[in-house]
Design a binder for this molecule. Structure first.
Ligand code: SF4
Length: 262
Protein backbone atom coordinates (compact mmCIF):
# COMPACT_ATOMS: atom_id res chain seq x y z
CA UNK A 1 0.00 0.00 0.00
CA UNK A 2 1.12 3.55 -0.61
CA UNK A 3 2.17 4.79 2.84
CA UNK A 4 2.96 8.37 1.99
CA UNK A 5 5.42 10.65 0.30
CA UNK A 6 9.20 10.73 -0.02
CA UNK A 7 10.23 14.36 0.21
CA UNK A 8 11.32 15.79 -3.14
CA UNK A 9 13.60 18.17 -1.22
CA UNK A 10 15.37 15.49 0.84
CA UNK A 11 15.06 11.83 -0.09
CA UNK A 12 16.05 10.71 3.42
CA UNK A 13 12.59 11.66 4.71
CA UNK A 14 9.26 9.91 4.27
CA UNK A 15 6.11 11.77 5.29
CA UNK A 16 2.41 10.96 5.45
CA UNK A 17 0.26 12.61 2.79
CA UNK A 18 -1.18 14.87 5.52
CA UNK A 19 2.31 16.05 6.58
CA UNK A 20 3.21 16.82 2.96
CA UNK A 21 -0.11 18.67 2.56
CA UNK A 22 0.58 20.80 5.67
CA UNK A 23 4.03 21.68 4.32
CA UNK A 24 2.50 22.75 0.97
CA UNK A 25 -0.18 24.82 2.75
CA UNK A 26 2.52 26.67 4.71
CA UNK A 27 3.98 27.56 1.31
CA UNK A 28 7.65 27.40 2.38
CA UNK A 29 8.48 24.11 0.82
CA UNK A 30 11.74 22.29 1.32
CA UNK A 31 11.44 20.86 -2.20
CA UNK A 32 11.04 24.28 -3.85
CA UNK A 33 8.11 23.03 -5.93
CA UNK A 34 4.92 24.93 -6.68
CA UNK A 35 2.53 24.39 -3.72
CA UNK A 36 -0.66 24.40 -5.87
CA UNK A 37 0.67 21.63 -8.11
CA UNK A 38 1.80 19.53 -5.13
CA UNK A 39 -1.53 20.04 -3.27
CA UNK A 40 -3.53 19.05 -6.34
CA UNK A 41 -1.32 15.97 -6.90
CA UNK A 42 -1.90 14.93 -3.26
CA UNK A 43 -5.69 15.25 -3.73
CA UNK A 44 -5.45 12.95 -6.75
CA UNK A 45 -3.43 10.35 -4.81
CA UNK A 46 -6.07 10.06 -2.06
CA UNK A 47 -8.50 8.43 -4.44
CA UNK A 48 -5.95 5.85 -5.59
CA UNK A 49 -5.64 3.69 -2.46
CA UNK A 50 -7.00 0.21 -3.28
CA UNK A 51 -9.40 -1.40 -0.77
CA UNK A 52 -10.51 -5.00 -0.13
CA UNK A 53 -13.89 -4.08 -1.60
CA UNK A 54 -12.15 -3.33 -4.90
CA UNK A 55 -10.57 -6.78 -5.16
CA UNK A 56 -13.15 -8.50 -7.40
CA UNK A 57 -12.78 -5.52 -9.70
CA UNK A 58 -10.35 -5.46 -12.62
CA UNK A 59 -9.82 -2.06 -14.16
CA UNK A 60 -8.61 -1.64 -17.73
CA UNK A 61 -5.51 -0.04 -16.17
CA UNK A 62 -4.87 -3.30 -14.22
CA UNK A 63 -5.41 -5.41 -17.32
CA UNK A 64 -3.11 -3.35 -19.55
CA UNK A 65 -0.31 -2.86 -16.98
CA UNK A 66 3.11 -3.54 -18.50
CA UNK A 67 4.31 -5.21 -15.25
CA UNK A 68 1.90 -7.16 -12.99
CA UNK A 69 4.69 -7.60 -10.47
CA UNK A 70 4.63 -3.85 -9.88
CA UNK A 71 0.87 -4.00 -9.18
CA UNK A 72 1.45 -6.96 -6.82
CA UNK A 73 4.15 -5.07 -4.92
CA UNK A 74 2.03 -1.91 -4.67
CA UNK A 75 -0.93 -3.90 -3.33
CA UNK A 76 1.04 -5.93 -0.80
CA UNK A 77 3.92 -3.78 0.48
CA UNK A 78 4.22 -0.35 2.03
CA UNK A 79 5.80 2.18 -0.29
CA UNK A 80 6.38 5.90 -0.70
CA UNK A 81 6.66 8.13 -3.76
CA UNK A 82 7.85 11.64 -4.46
CA UNK A 83 5.19 14.16 -5.55
CA UNK A 84 7.43 14.98 -8.53
CA UNK A 85 7.27 11.33 -9.69
CA UNK A 86 3.47 11.68 -9.74
CA UNK A 87 3.50 14.67 -12.06
CA UNK A 88 1.79 12.54 -14.74
CA UNK A 89 -1.30 12.31 -12.48
CA UNK A 90 -1.57 16.08 -12.28
CA UNK A 91 -0.70 16.62 -15.94
CA UNK A 92 -3.55 14.29 -16.96
CA UNK A 93 -6.17 16.50 -15.26
CA UNK A 94 -5.58 19.10 -17.99
CA UNK A 95 -7.56 16.89 -20.39
CA UNK A 96 -10.52 16.68 -17.98
CA UNK A 97 -10.59 20.48 -17.95
CA UNK A 98 -10.81 20.59 -21.74
CA UNK A 99 -13.58 18.00 -21.82
CA UNK A 100 -15.59 19.84 -19.16
CA UNK A 101 -15.54 23.01 -21.31
CA UNK A 102 -16.91 21.46 -24.52
CA UNK A 103 -20.10 19.59 -25.21
CA UNK A 104 -21.86 17.63 -27.90
CA UNK A 105 -25.12 15.75 -27.29
CA UNK A 106 -23.73 12.78 -29.23
CA UNK A 107 -20.76 12.36 -26.86
CA UNK A 108 -20.65 10.26 -23.73
CA UNK A 109 -17.85 11.90 -21.76
CA UNK A 110 -15.80 10.33 -18.95
CA UNK A 111 -18.55 8.01 -17.68
CA UNK A 112 -17.27 5.16 -15.52
CA UNK A 113 -19.04 1.82 -15.94
CA UNK A 114 -18.54 -1.85 -15.08
CA UNK A 115 -19.08 -4.92 -17.25
CA UNK A 116 -19.73 -8.23 -15.43
CA UNK A 117 -17.45 -10.96 -16.74
CA UNK A 118 -16.27 -14.44 -15.83
CA UNK A 119 -12.57 -15.29 -15.67
CA UNK A 120 -11.41 -18.90 -15.51
CA UNK A 121 -8.73 -19.51 -12.90
CA UNK A 122 -7.40 -23.06 -12.47
CA UNK A 123 -10.69 -24.51 -13.75
CA UNK A 124 -12.83 -22.31 -11.46
CA UNK A 125 -15.19 -19.57 -12.71
CA UNK A 126 -14.55 -16.23 -10.97
CA UNK A 127 -17.16 -13.48 -11.39
CA UNK A 128 -15.52 -10.07 -11.72
CA UNK A 129 -16.36 -6.56 -12.87
CA UNK A 130 -14.26 -5.05 -15.64
CA UNK A 131 -14.24 -1.32 -14.87
CA UNK A 132 -13.45 1.41 -17.39
CA UNK A 133 -13.88 5.12 -18.10
CA UNK A 134 -13.34 6.04 -21.78
CA UNK A 135 -12.66 9.76 -22.27
CA UNK A 136 -15.17 10.20 -25.14
CA UNK A 137 -17.59 7.83 -26.87
CA UNK A 138 -18.79 9.61 -30.00
CA UNK A 139 -22.13 7.90 -30.64
CA UNK A 140 -22.72 9.83 -33.92
CA UNK A 141 -19.45 8.75 -35.54
CA UNK A 142 -19.13 5.43 -33.65
CA UNK A 143 -15.66 6.41 -32.46
CA UNK A 144 -13.90 6.19 -29.09
CA UNK A 145 -11.24 8.72 -28.12
CA UNK A 146 -8.62 8.65 -25.40
CA UNK A 147 -6.39 11.63 -24.59
CA UNK A 148 -2.74 11.36 -23.66
CA UNK A 149 -0.37 14.15 -22.65
CA UNK A 150 3.15 13.34 -23.79
CA UNK A 151 6.67 14.76 -24.04
CA UNK A 152 6.60 14.41 -27.81
CA UNK A 153 3.63 13.80 -30.11
CA UNK A 154 6.12 12.86 -32.83
CA UNK A 155 7.72 10.08 -30.73
CA UNK A 156 4.39 8.84 -29.33
CA UNK A 157 2.90 8.39 -32.79
CA UNK A 158 6.07 6.70 -34.16
CA UNK A 159 5.79 3.67 -31.89
CA UNK A 160 2.37 3.17 -30.38
CA UNK A 161 2.64 1.23 -27.14
CA UNK A 162 0.85 -2.15 -27.08
CA UNK A 163 -0.89 -1.16 -23.84
CA UNK A 164 -2.58 1.76 -25.66
CA UNK A 165 -3.87 -0.68 -28.29
CA UNK A 166 -5.18 -3.05 -25.63
CA UNK A 167 -6.75 -0.17 -23.68
CA UNK A 168 -8.80 1.01 -26.64
CA UNK A 169 -9.67 -2.59 -27.59
CA UNK A 170 -11.05 -3.12 -24.05
CA UNK A 171 -13.02 0.14 -24.25
CA UNK A 172 -14.63 -0.86 -27.55
CA UNK A 173 -15.52 -4.28 -26.12
CA UNK A 174 -16.95 -2.68 -22.93
CA UNK A 175 -18.95 -0.06 -24.87
CA UNK A 176 -20.57 -2.83 -26.93
CA UNK A 177 -21.43 -4.83 -23.78
CA UNK A 178 -22.61 -1.90 -21.66
CA UNK A 179 -24.33 0.44 -24.16
CA UNK A 180 -24.85 -2.03 -27.03
CA UNK A 181 -22.98 0.40 -29.31
CA UNK A 182 -20.43 -1.13 -31.68
CA UNK A 183 -17.80 1.50 -32.55
CA UNK A 184 -15.98 1.22 -35.89
CA UNK A 185 -12.91 3.29 -35.00
CA UNK A 186 -10.88 4.51 -32.05
CA UNK A 187 -8.19 7.15 -31.65
CA UNK A 188 -5.56 8.28 -29.21
CA UNK A 189 -5.29 12.06 -29.16
CA UNK A 190 -1.73 12.97 -28.15
CA UNK A 191 -0.98 16.44 -26.76
CA UNK A 192 2.46 17.97 -26.12
CA UNK A 193 3.59 21.57 -25.57
CA UNK A 194 3.47 22.37 -29.31
CA UNK A 195 0.69 20.37 -30.92
CA UNK A 196 -2.12 17.83 -30.70
CA UNK A 197 -2.69 14.88 -33.02
CA UNK A 198 -5.66 12.54 -33.24
CA UNK A 199 -4.10 9.23 -34.17
CA UNK A 200 -6.06 6.16 -35.42
CA UNK A 201 -5.28 2.89 -33.61
CA UNK A 202 -5.81 -0.45 -35.44
CA UNK A 203 -8.98 -2.26 -34.29
CA UNK A 204 -8.64 -5.35 -32.13
CA UNK A 205 -11.35 -7.98 -32.88
CA UNK A 206 -13.75 -8.46 -29.94
CA UNK A 207 -12.81 -12.17 -29.60
CA UNK A 208 -9.15 -11.15 -29.28
CA UNK A 209 -10.10 -8.68 -26.53
CA UNK A 210 -11.88 -11.45 -24.60
CA UNK A 211 -8.81 -13.71 -24.91
CA UNK A 212 -6.65 -10.83 -23.68
CA UNK A 213 -8.96 -10.16 -20.69
CA UNK A 214 -8.94 -13.87 -19.78
CA UNK A 215 -5.12 -14.15 -19.91
CA UNK A 216 -4.39 -10.90 -18.07
CA UNK A 217 -7.30 -11.26 -15.63
CA UNK A 218 -6.21 -14.79 -14.62
CA UNK A 219 -2.66 -13.53 -13.89
CA UNK A 220 -4.01 -10.74 -11.65
CA UNK A 221 -6.53 -12.96 -9.81
CA UNK A 222 -3.81 -15.57 -9.32
CA UNK A 223 -1.64 -13.17 -7.35
CA UNK A 224 -4.60 -11.63 -5.51
CA UNK A 225 -6.10 -14.98 -4.44
CA UNK A 226 -3.13 -17.35 -4.38
CA UNK A 227 -0.25 -14.93 -3.76
CA UNK A 228 1.61 -16.32 -6.77
CA UNK A 229 4.11 -13.53 -7.32
CA UNK A 230 4.35 -12.36 -10.95
CA UNK A 231 7.84 -12.71 -12.50
CA UNK A 232 10.17 -9.79 -13.17
CA UNK A 233 9.98 -8.27 -16.62
CA UNK A 234 12.18 -9.78 -19.28
CA UNK A 235 15.33 -7.72 -19.40
CA UNK A 236 15.05 -6.64 -15.72
CA UNK A 237 16.53 -4.47 -14.30
CA UNK A 238 17.62 -2.50 -17.37
CA UNK A 239 14.26 -2.53 -19.10
CA UNK A 240 12.92 1.04 -19.51
CA UNK A 241 9.85 0.31 -17.37
CA UNK A 242 11.96 -0.71 -14.35
CA UNK A 243 14.46 2.08 -14.86
CA UNK A 244 12.10 4.97 -15.54
CA UNK A 245 8.69 4.07 -14.11
CA UNK A 246 9.26 1.92 -11.06
CA UNK A 247 10.99 4.26 -8.62
CA UNK A 248 8.58 3.52 -5.78
CA UNK A 249 8.94 -0.28 -5.71
CA UNK A 250 12.13 -1.14 -7.60
CA UNK A 251 13.95 -1.76 -4.27
CA UNK A 252 11.15 -4.15 -3.17
CA UNK A 253 11.36 -5.93 -6.52
CA UNK A 254 15.14 -6.30 -6.18
CA UNK A 255 14.89 -7.66 -2.59
CA UNK A 256 12.22 -10.15 -3.60
CA UNK A 257 14.23 -11.16 -6.65
CA UNK A 258 17.26 -12.06 -4.55
CA UNK A 259 15.04 -14.09 -2.13
CA UNK A 260 13.54 -15.94 -5.07
CA UNK A 261 17.10 -17.06 -5.77
CA UNK A 262 16.79 -16.64 -9.51
S1 SF4 B 1 11.42 -3.15 -11.18
FE1 SF4 B 1 10.71 -3.82 -13.23
S2 SF4 B 1 10.19 -6.01 -12.98
FE2 SF4 B 1 10.30 -5.09 -10.94
S3 SF4 B 1 8.21 -4.48 -10.45
FE3 SF4 B 1 9.22 -2.69 -11.34
S4 SF4 B 1 8.76 -2.78 -13.52
FE4 SF4 B 1 8.31 -4.81 -12.66
Amino acid sequence: MRKGITCDGDERYNYTIEECRKCALRGKMLCGRDPAIVLDTLNLIDGYIPTERDRPTLTVTDLTAVCHRKTYLQENYDYWEKPSDLFFLWRGTFVHEILSRVDNPAWIKEKKFAVPYTIKLNGEDIEVYIVMKPDVIDTANLDIRDYKTTGSVFKSTKTISMSYKYQLGCYRWGVKKHYDILCNTYHDTFIDMKQDKMFPIPLMPLEEVEKFIQIQGAKILDFRFNKNIPPVLKGYPHYWMCRDYCNSVIHLCTELHSKEGI
